[in-house]
Design a protein around this ligand. Structure first.
Ligand SMILES: *Cc1c(COP(=O)(O)O)cnc(C)c1O
Length: 399
């Protein structure tokens, strides 16, 4: 019996991306093997994390590293590390930061929500967030002016969620912070490039193991040895509630190893095949424009951007996304990448598909577009109602 039937769940097809709410990513077979192998055994966790440090150092070009529960935990623990160093007394005192440097500068356009707010991950350590610049505009002089003798760290977020223009670029951000001896932490949760940020001079770089790496739920911390050590020691303090187990550590190590051996060109070619299939079948249908769109943060990944003209398609982009996610009985839900659906487009992400699911995606899209053409009324829900419906839809969980 498969896991869906055993748990009474409906299967879903994920063309949304690596979303926590959908179970993140497809965990690679060698990773599953490593996790299964370590689960029944005892290990000395310091030694397992020492091994992780060596693997991370090699993969990221950093001095050292360790595995934590998630990238979100890594933000909190990395910030904590800058405040306490390796002092166990201070580590146990957090989140009370009386007398410590406790301000974290971060660009306003980086204060996004990845499922929870970035600023909360900072505040959780007991630190205070000092926003720099405006949402769509920040300058080096504003960063310099925001740094003072209470500044403990500068956080830089790399994500499709952040504002992609008008902000301070990484190199200038690092140079300004370092000019005032402030360590820079880069949240690179979803980035493919494991070396770029360390090479640019970041003191700590944080990744999710369960996103593109196809690992278990875990966070990867890479960086300067003294800071990595101080972050690791937070496990004796606020990090305890963000514990990663032996299976998460062994799985993340295996994920880093298999990532370096993966045939990335073959994966890209397969994804391009899906995009071509979808593009050819969908572009030019009534009210539908399909384009192949590069990843906004420069990951080697393209997505299909489907722009929907509701007058001709007779359905809005968000109603189409909702129809795909809530199909008639007997059809599989298809979850698209619809953060920007309010602007009349959504993306179809090819990177989390099992074989043949590309056909399901296409058939479902064609069926819903066809249904809209023949419906008695166009389906264009006012956008604010859609948001209200989503919020209301979860309010009574678990009912
Ligand atoms: C996903 C994400 C996170 C959180 O990562 P988890 O490992 O799921 O906690 C943090 N920052 C950014 C930019 C993300 O995309």
């Amino acid at each position: 019996m498969d896991i869906y039937s055993r748990l009474g769940l409906r299967p879903v097809v994920n063309v949304s991306g690596t979303m926590t709410s959908l179970g993140a990513s497809i965990v690679a077979a060698p990773v599953i093997e490593a996790m299964a192998a370590i689960l029944p055994q005892f290990v000395e966790i310091d030694d397992l994390q020492r091994k992780a440090s060596a693997v991370i150092a090699q993969a990221c070009g950093s001095e050292s590293g360790y595995i934590t529960a998630s990238c979100s935990a890594a933000i909190t623990l990395g910030i904590a590390a800058t405040m306490t160093g390796d002092d166990p007394g201070l580590i146990e005192r957090l989140p009370d930061t009386t007398g410590l440097r406790n301000e974290v500068v971060v660009q306003t356009g980086h204060l996004v929500n990845y499922g929870a707010p970035v600023d909360q991950a900072i505040r959780l350590a007991g630190a205070r967030v000092v926003p720099v610049g405006a949402a769509t505009e920040a300058h080096g002089y504003q960063l310099s002016a925001a740094i003072n003798e209470r500044t403990t760290a500068a956080l830089y977020v790399v994500s499709h969620h952040t504002v992609q223009f008008g902000l301070i670029h990484l190199e200038e951000f690092i140079a300004s912070a370092h000019a005032k001896s402030v360590p820079v932490i880069v949240d690179a949760a979803s980035e493919y490039d494991l070396k770029r940020f360390i090479a640019a001079g970041a003191d700590l770089v944080l990744y999710s193991a369960h996103k593109f790496l196809g690992g278990p739920t875990a966070g990867i911390v890479a960086g300067k040895k003294t800071l990595v050590r101080a972050a690791y020691f937070q496990n004796g303090g606020i990090g305890r509630g963000m514990k990663v187990g032996k299976e998460g550590i062994a799985g993340a190590i295996a994920a880093l190893e298999q990532w370096q051996q993966r045939d990335h060109a073959a994966v890209r070619a397969r994804e391009r095949g899906y995009l071509k299939l979808w593009h050819e079948a969908l572009n030019g249908r009534p009210g539908v424009r399909a384009e192949i769109d590069a990843d906004p943060t420069g990951n080697p990944l393209d997505r299909l951007k489907l722009s929907i003209d509701p007058r001709e398609a007779r359905i809005s982009a968000w109603d189409l996304a909702d129809a795909l996610a809530n199909p008639p009985a007997g059809s599989v839900p298809v979850i698209v990448r619809d953060h920007e659906a309010e602007l009349n487009f959504f993306f179809v992400d090819p990177c989390n598909l099992h074989p043949d699911q590309e056909q399901i995606v296409l058939q479902r899209l064609l069926a819903e577009l066809e249904r809209a053409q023949h419906a008695p009324q166009p389906l264009v829900t006012p956008f604010f109602q859609r948001d209200a419906r989503r919020v209301a839809g979860r309010r009574n969980w678990p009912d």
